[in-house]
Design a protein. Structure first.
Lengths: 247, 583, 373
């Protein structure tokens, strides 16, 4: 039956007793995840180098050196990749499964979502004995993914392209689409640099917690985690129902 | 009130007709002056009010002391750079930073450049129209003008054709009916004493000086990157010097730039000695009889001293222009000045739009307070937003009242020359004596409106020649192999003490300038500036002493009671800068 | 000095503007002012018969260095602009008259040339204390400014003061110094920022109008594109050193003497729109970076509050005087997050191990092999 699960036929059962694995992340999402991880890592490393070039004085004529240039170009390419990948991912949020929409719009309008959120918070505070059976992200993850990752990356992309447009110059697409309104919004380019730089830290903090949680939940939750972002399948470690709220 | 005598010896009487001059123009910034005229249109009372405030001292709090120069530089774009220099000196003093010899020489050169340029602009573009009747120049005979010009100077632009040309253009300009900056001027006023030929010569040089001044300041551009508002640096100068090697052409200062500086120095000397000084003498010779505007000059004058020959040495002997104070007209005695002494420089605010916890006392700038308090006195005529007449018995100016040991002091070129003269230094005594002799005037004539203007001219010449000295010094040091321009040992705030106080001093074009800084945990805890025009434009103090502008206006008769020509003339002789004065 | 004084129209013709484009200029001007087409003819008539275009140059809170910069112009010479191209009818720094004779001009010219004069503003109005931190003629500067603006053809905002607020509007802006476009809201305003602007940029803006018969193209923030369309960094002669990664590390080091890039000394060239690196200053002699000091960003809004000028990134003012760099803030948050992760991990290990001991119910029961895809 698993073969039938697809974008046009997503798994529906949330409350049903599911012990069978569920195909939650389609290939494009998994590829996107790892491309994003790679580009953010590249952007952060090159970002640090751009912000504060650490190498010692390079003496001599500049003609055959292009170190700063190469670092910046790497940053811009990784930035393009990040942005294009996010566009693809957004498209997939429309055509993909409901779990693949979670990072763009957590279901905050549902009472069950809020109950799940409090349950998860209690779980992380060691007040719950076990997790709920999550097929997609648990509500706390959803909100973190949305607020820290999705908004964080969008912020970096918008501010990044606004800075980029300062370089490509008046009249270029990056200038028209981003620089023209983003720079006045922040006051000036100098302030924008500061915020773009700060945005990197926002994503670093997200990544730290995310990677930790991924490993932890892989061990402690009632379902598979790490392998899910590789294979796409969610496996469950038991077939019990969710307990009612409270311990 | 009828007549009273102030503690500093002036009798003031505000019973006569009140005349208000607001705005005072051809100055920097916003100044209002009110005078009372007696039946003969002679000034019996004068009230000088600074009518702008920006709050730089408030804005500087909490900032990085290494940035302070840029903020304070924007106190004024006319005496551009002098506040920046004072600021870096104050911070260096606080942190114990020693600057390299080249930095000292370059700073001296830039300051002398500023003097020369600022004095030139002041004389021709801010002050000349107080003495020169533009319209009368139309009546001049170009041939006679040429003869006059050639008799006083070898300056080449002096043929009859040259003056005829200027006159023709002036005529067309006037006939166009659009007088531009000359509109509503006081042309034909009986206080204009120059014959048409002298007027035409001066008008020609007004235009020539406007063209030339922009050459002088290119020296700032070489060392500071631009003018107005060149760049400075705590610890020296940022303009690294490179005279050899493949990348020297891209260095801030190289042989090309040094040659440019040298050529400008020569042309500056020529212009000032062959145009400015002869014009000054020619004009003065027609105004010899107009001996007004003495005020505090010759009585209470103050100079901080300037141009340290060797870097980092502020002792009297190392300063090319002397430091000192003269009070109560005792020219024979030059008193020592110490800017750190809490009893010497103090500022009062009981007549200024600021508040102190106790306004009966003055505060030394290290404990100074800048807290605005705009309040009008009970006898003000008008409303808060439409003042018709100020009440000088109450607060009436954004300028504080600085005092030296309680005395209102005049500062500026005349004060500097007076101190130099009093100390018997020939480089100041000789040109003064020669000028007085050439004009056939007694020594006392120096202490007038005209004397102030003459001293500025002599000082411009002194500065131009000093520029040559400094450039030669710089070249000699470079020849000896010393290229250093900045010291960086104490650049990082981590190398600073937790708390430090410093004072920076400069003789600005308009007079003695001091910045007092208090640095705490790497940030500015407090910053106070006492500026030349704060001294000269000062309002009354709690004791009732009037300030230099006010004193100088007293007893001057106006030729026409509706036209403030003589008021402008005397005020302009101080070269007022109001943005400076209130900051 | 030029041979004759001309009418505005004659000056334009002499610069090669055809009568057609002159008339077009007049209708464009009328349109820009939101006036009926009928006014185009009036403007044209005024410019043909009235000699030079009247300019009223007012000063608010400022330092007069914009005026000083203006008179440094080498081409054209400031005197030619003042005496030939325009009629500088009011400028407190240069004008002969003072007091009420001067004030009268501010009343007369707008009446005599309604919609036909340019208002040039240097400095800005403070709004605190009912505007009385800048008093002219006994009244708040801001009132006079609004009155004179109300009938102007166009307004030029000279310098960072008029354009953005500049130094007196830096934190905490004790006088509430306010850029002029916040108080003049119904007129086209050309912003010419810089502290001060370059002389030739100032005269360039004026002569552009006279020579080409149109207002220069402005960007969305009102700056003439031709001078503010590029950053200092884009045309900086030290750019090859930037791309190479060759930086000045300390004042007067070898790199400083070789003209290396000033990026690490805090240069604001990468974020500053101005013509310094192309036009340069004072007749092309140099510009701040060429003279060895970084750009401080003097033509940018808020540049005063982006210090220390020698730090590449400005600190984030976290209020109440607490200031930190992005790395200090980010690093601190990351450290807290890291500590949280470690603590949580420790708790998790305890729970995991303890929980397992207490009951065997949590024993792994992986999915059936058969369910695997
Ligand atoms: C996760 C995403 C990103 C991170 C973590 C990141 C990080 C950084 C950092 C730390 C800097 C140095 C900022 C400074 O100190 O001034 C920087 C600069 C910059 N980034 Fe990003 N960035 C990201 C995305 C992007 C994107 C999508 C673009 C778009 C092309 C971009 C374009 C730029 C540009 C143009 C600069 C300025 C380079 C320069 O001034 O030479 N960045 N980035
Ligand atoms: C070695 C490092 C990483 C590992 C092992 C990892 C693993 C995972 C796993 C297992 C999931 C699925 C979680 C679930 O099923 O609930 C996931 C989701 C996600 N990860 Fe990572 N991740 C890593 C790094 C990152 C980084 C650096 C970022 C971005 C800064 C990131 C962003 C995301 C996002 C946005 C999702 C949600 C995907 C979606 O719902 O579309 N990951 N990651
Ligand atoms: N007063 C004054 Fe200045 C000068 N000279 C400063 O220190 O003018 Ni603007
Ligand atoms: S913009 Fe700067 S330079 Fe111009 S008046 Fe203001 S403070 Fe002075
Ligand atoms: S010196 Fe400044 S403007 Fe020039 S390349 Fe370096 S960072 Fe850019
Ligand atoms: S400080 Fe200003 S003068 Fe130019 S190089 Fe920077 S914009
Ligand atoms: Mg002060």
């Amino acid at each position: 039956m698993s073969a039938h699960i697809s974008a046009s036929n997503p798994p529906r059962a949330t409350h049903a007793r599911v012990s069978a694995p569920v195909y939650v992340y389609h290939l494009p999402v998994r590829i996107w995840h790892w491309v994003t991880v790679f580009s953010i890592a590249t952007l952060s490393v090159t970002g640090f180098l751009i912000a504060d070039p650490p190498w010692p004085v390079l003496l001599g004529q500049p003609s055959n050196l292009f170190l700063m240039g190469d670092i910046r170009v790497t940053h811009f390419i990784a930035g393009d990749v990040l942005a294009v990948a996010l566009l693809v991912r957004m498209y997939w949020a429309v055509v993909g499964s409901r779990y693949e929409r979670e990072i763009f719009m957590p279901a905050v309008w549902r009472g069950s979502w809020w109950r799940g959120l409090f349950r998860t918070i209690r779980w992380y505070f060691f007040l719950e004995r076990e997790t709920a059976r999550e097929i997609g992200h648990n509500p706390l993850e959803q909100i973190a993914m949305f607020a820290m990752f999705t908004l964080g990356v969008l912020f970096e992309i918008v501010t990044g392209f606004a800075l980029y447009g300062q370089g490509t110059g008046y009249g270029t697409w990056a200038y028209q689409l981003f620089t023209s309104w983003v720079v006045p919004l922040f006051g000036n380019g100098q302030i924008l640099h500061t915020w773009h730089h700060l945005g990197m830290w926002y994503l670093i903090v997200f990544s730290m917690v995310h990677v930790y949680m991924t490993i932890r939940e892989d061990i402690m939750a009632r379902y598979s985690v790490m392998s899910t972002m590789v294979s796409g399948w969610r496996f469950f470690k038991d077939d019990r129902d969710d307990e009612e709220e409270g311990v | 009130m009828s007549s009273i005598t102030t503690p500093n010896g002036f009798s003031v009487d505000n019973s006569g007709r009140r005349m208000v001059v607001d705005p005072v123009t051809r100055i920097e910034g916003h100044l209002r002056v009110e005078v009372n005229l007696d039946a003969n249109n002679t000034i019996q009372n004068a009230v000088s009010s600074g009518t702008m405030w920006r709050g730089l001292e408030v804005i500087l709090r909490g900032r990085d002391p290494r940035d302070a120069w840029a903020f304070t530089e924007r106190i004024c774009g006319v005496c551009t750079g002098v506040h920046a220099l004072t600021s870096v000196r104050a911070v260096e003093d606080a942190l114990g930073i020693k600057i390299p010899a080249n930095a000292n020489t370059i700073r001296n050169l830039m300051l002398a450049t500023q003097w020369a340029q600022d004095h030139l602009i002041h004389f021709y573009h801010l002050h000349a129209l107080d003495w020169v009747d533009v319209v009368s120049a139309l009546k001049a005979d170009p041939k006679a003008t040429s003869a006059l010009a050639q008799s006083i100077s070898p300056w080449p632009n002096s043929s009859p054709g040259y003056f005829r040309d200027v006159q023709t253009r002036l005529k067309k300009f006037v006939e166009s009916g659009q007088l531009g900056p000359f509109m509503n001027g006081y042309w034909g006023n009986a206080a204009y004493l120059l014959p048409p030929v002298a007027n035409l010569m001066a008008v020609s040089h007004y235009l020539e000086a406007l063209d030339f001044q922009r050459e002088i300041i290119k020296i700032h551009t070489v060392f500071g990157g631009k003018n107005p508002h060149p760049n400075w640096l705590v610890g020296g100068m940022a303009c690294a010097i490179n005279l050899d090697g493949p990348l020297a052409a891209g260095a801030p200062v190289n042989i090309v730039q040094l040659n440019l500086v040298s050529s400008i120095v020569d042309r500056t000397i020529a212009f000032i000695d062959q145009v400015y000084i002869p014009d000054l003498k020619a004009i003065a010779s027609f105004y010899k009889g107009w001996q007004y505007g003495q005020g505090l000059s010759g009585r209470n004058v103050l100079a901080y001293g300037e141009f340290p020959v060797h870097a980092n040495d502020w002792s009297d002997g190392n300063l090319m222009m002397p430091r000192g104070a003269i009070v109560n007209g005792k020219i024979s005695e030059v008193l020592p000045v110490d800017l750190r002494d809490p009893n010497q420089v103090q500022e009062f605010v009981d007549h200024s739009w600021y508040k102190y916890p106790n306004e009966a006392i003055g505060l030394h700038p290290w404990s100074g307070i800048t807290d605005p308090d705009f309040r009008l006195g009970a006898k003000t005529v008008g409303t808060k937003t439409h003042i018709r007449q100020l009440d000088e018995a109450a607060k009436y100016s954004f300028i504080k009242a600085p005092r030296w040991r309680g005395h209102a002091m005049e500062v500026g070129p005349l004060s500097r020359f007076t101190v130099g003269y009093a100390k018997g230094m020939p480089e100041f005594k000789e040109p003064v004596d020669k000028l007085l002799k050439d004009l056939g005037l007694p020594f006392e004539a120096l202490f007038t409106t005209l004397g102030r203007t003459a001293a500025r001219g002599l000082e411009a010449s002194w500065a131009a020649h000093a520029m040559r000295t400094f450039h030669d010094q710089l070249m000699a040091n470079l020849r000896a192999g010393d290229l250093a321009t900045a010291s960086t040992a104490k650049w990082e705030p981590s190398t600073w003490p937790a708390e430090a106080k410093g004072v920076g001093q400069v003789e600005a074009p308009r007079g003695a300038l001091g910045h007092w800084v208090h640095i705490k945990s790497g940030k500015i805890e407090s910053y106070q500036a006492v500026v030349p025009t704060t001294w000269n434009g000062s309002p009354r103090d709690p004791a009732g002493n009037i300030g230099p502008f006010e004193a100088a206006l007293l007893n001057t008769p106006l030729a026409d009671g509706t036209q403030p020509l003589e008021i402008l003339r005397t005020l302009h002789s101080f070269d007022p800068c109001l943005a400076c004065s209130t900051h | 000095m030029p041979a004759e004084t001309h009418t505005f129209y004659e000056v334009m013709r002499a610069q090669g503007t055809s009568r057609r484009s002159f008339l077009k200029f007049c209708s464009l001007t009328a349109a820009a002012l939101g006036l009926e087409p009928f006014y185009a003819a009036r403007i044209a008539e005024a410019m043909e018969t009235k000699p030079r275009i009247p300019v009223l140059w007012m000063h608010g809170l400022e330092c007069t260095c914009c005026s000083e910069s203006f008179i440094r112009s080498g081409h054209p010479l400031a005197k030619d602009v003042i005496l030939k191209m325009i009629s500088l009818d009011y400028d407190d720094t240069l004008m002969a008259s003072a007091g009420y004779q001067a004030e009268a001009i501010l009343d007369e010219i707008p009446k005599k040339y309604p919609g036909q004069y340019i208002l040039a503003v240097e400095g800005n109005p403070p709004l605190n204390e009912d505007g009385m931190f800048c008093i002219v003629g006994g009244r708040p500067f801001v009132n006079k400014l609004k009155e004179v603006a109300s009938n102007a053809m166009a307004v030029i905002a000279w310098g960072a003061c008029a354009s953005w607020g500049c130094v007196q509007s830096a934190r905490p802006n004790p006088t509430a110094a306010t850029p002029i476009d916040k108080v003049i809201t119904d007129k086209p305003i050309i912003k010419v920022p810089g502290c001060p602007p370059i002389a030739e940029v100032m005269t360039g803006v004026i002569t552009y109008v006279v020579t080409f018969g149109r207002l220069p193209e402005l960007d969305a923030r009102g700056r003439p594109l031709m001078f503010y369309g590029q950053r200092i960094h884009d045309k900086c002669y030290r750019r090859p050193h930037f791309d190479a990664g060759q930086f000045v590390e300390a004042w007067d080091d070898q790199g400083a003497r070789e003209g290396y890039c000033l990026y690490k000394m805090g240069c604001r060239g990468p974020t500053t729109y101005n013509a310094c690196s192309t036009t340069r200053w004072n007749g092309g002699v140099s510009f701040p970076i060429q003279a060895g000091h970084g750009c401080i960003g003097c033509s940018e809004e808020y540049f005063w509050d982006n210090g220390p000028f020698y730090q590449r990134l400005s600190p984030i003012a976290a209020g109440f005087g607490v200031e930190a760099t992005a790395d200090e803030v980010g690093g601190a948050v990351a450290a807290v997050a890291g500590a949280g992760v470690v603590a949580h991990a420790a708790g998790s290990i305890v729970k995991h191990v303890y929980g397992k001991k207490r009951s065997g119910t949590n024993a792994r029961s992986g999915p059936d092999e058969g369910d695997r895809p």
